[in-house]
Design a protein around this ligand. Structure first.
Ligand code: MV4
Length: 444
């Protein structure tokens, strides 16, 4: 097992990793930017090192400084959390070259899954269903037009190097295709330095359902069931739950087994997520995320497996102690992301938190790095807390989430707590009628 882990992240996920390390008896090194000196991850780690000024590119994204911090502190592994360098093949590669274990997949797997067109091709070859479309990038607008005729409009153009919606265009008629191709390509090029696009059939109102994967370095790969993440705005998830209210037990087993087949085909040996679009009883591969995700606690709640501990143990070369058949879903779980944002304009609302009273009681978990007096910096993302509840049923979770939201007091900054409360009272939400279009009719 590792002796000491450096956590290349901040906020609630850095703390989450510290809790796991403490329970495993592993020493921790926090890194922080100038403005994060008063953060809780700095307070609760065994050691801390400043890695640069506030802008991420100078601190949390600065590979040279992070490696230097790991070397001076003698850390034997780095946990990247989510965001920042968690899906950087270069970072994983440099860790490897410096004999520091990157807690995640190989640089090669990160690069393969980071290229969305290649990832789709790989999954298709492993027998994972994909939407009809181009096999890899389309070279020209004419080629895209031909392909679109073949699969039928509407189609969607996606950046191979993308993810999260950038460089994406829905195309409804052949007249729009040429312009959309140029625009999406230009956007992909300026955002990712790679203008490659692939094309596929567009689904109007799918659900986003993802499967949690866990592998080890002995060739074992299992799934920890699915999460439903259809409630999003501008490609930011807002509410996640597990299990999905849409799936039958038969579909659930098939989805899980399919995801395991996909992950096993690339020799996956850590925690990861395979994202699917789900429509009319069928699911299609969308992307693979090669990191621990924000929403991992809902899976922890229904499986009673500590995913961060499991990820660390797998990275240390330990064999998984459970098999697929040992796992079953216990109850239901739901997460609301509490963001520092203006509830009307949906813009970030940084500033000093003056009051911070978190809910508790049965079945309530709050993952946060905030406290009264904490300053929410405009330099980083606006997530201030993850409010996660568990219950026997989805209905229990809904009631529990409502009472927890009602007793969550945050003053000094604006948050989206009122928006979450409205969603908990929404008839479609209560009925489990979810889709990626759900938030479009929501203004507050
Ligand atoms: C799609 C789609 C419909 N059809 N692909 C959005 C982010 C990027 N990773 C892929 N996305 C989508 N791909 C096809 N063929 C709809 C979306 C989409 C979406 C997906 C999941 C969650 C929220 C979303 C919001 C808008 C669009």
């Amino acid at each position: 097992m590792f002796r000491k882990i450096l956590i290349a992240n901040r906020g609630e996920i850095a703390l989450r990793v510290i809790w796991a390390c403490k329970e495993l008896g592993i020493k921790t090194v926090a890194v922080h930017s100038d403005v994060d000196i008063d953060s809780l991850h700095v307070r609760f780690a065994d050691e801390n090192i400043c890695i640069g000024p506030a802008p991420s590119r100078d601190s949390y994204l600065n590979i040279t400084n992070l490696i230097a911090a790991a070397e001076v502190s003698n850390a034997d592994a780095i946990h990247p959390g989510y965001g920042f360098l968690s899906e950087s093949a270069e970072f994983a590669q440099v860790c490897d070259a410096c004999n520091i274990t990157f807690i995640g997949p190989s640089a090669q797997t990160i690069a393969l899954m980071g290229n969305k067109a290649e990832a789709k091709r790989t999954m298709k070859a492993a027998g994972v269903p994909v939407l009809p479309g181009s096999d890899g990038p389309v070279a020209t607008a004419d080629e895209a037009k031909e392909m679109a005729e073949e699969v039928g409009y509407p189609v969607i153009l996606k950046a191979s190097a993308g993810g999260g919606g950038k460089g994406m265009r829905v195309v409804r008629t052949k007249e729009e295709l040429e312009t959309a191709f140029q625009m999406a390509g230009a956007e992909a090029n300026s955002s990712f330095g790679n203008g490659d696009l692939y094309l596929e059939k567009y689904l109007e109102e799918p659900r986003h359902i993802e499967v949690q994967i866990l592998g080890d370095k002995h060739g074992n790969v299992i799934h920890l069931f699915e999460r439903e993440c259809s409630i999003q705005r501008r490609h930011q998830k807002l509410i996640e739950e597990a299990p999905s209210p849409a799936l039958s037990e038969i579909q659930r087993r098939e989805l899980g087994e399919t995801a395991v087949r996909g992950a096993a085909s690339v020799g996956y040996y850590t925690a990861g997520t395979i994202e699917f679009l789900y429509d009319k009883g069928k699911f299609y591969f969308m992307e693979m995320n090669t990191r621990i995700q924000v929403e991992h606690p809902v899976t922890e709640n229904i499986t009673n497996i500590d995913l961060v501990k499991a990820q660390i143990m797998a990275a240390a070369g330990e064999k998984m102690t459970y098999k697929q058949k040992d796992l079953k879903i216990a109850g239901h779980s739901m997460e609301c992301r509490i963001n520092a944002e203006d509830p009307i304009r949906f813009t970030p609302s940084p500033g000093k938190i003056t009051t911070f009273c978190t809910p508790g009681g049965p079945g309530v978990r709050v993952d946060t790095a905030a406290y009264a007096g904490y300053f929410v910096s405009p330099h980083y993302d606006s997530l201030v807390a993850k409010l996660v509840v568990r219950g026997h049923t989805r209905g229990d979770c809904l009631m529990r989430m409502k009472r927890a939201l009602e007793s969550f007091v945050v003053e000094g900054i604006k948050t989206n707590i009122p928006m979450h409360l409205k969603i908990m009272d929404d008839e479609d939400f209560k009925a489990g009628k979810l889709s990626t279009k759900f938030m479009e009719r929501y203004l507050v």
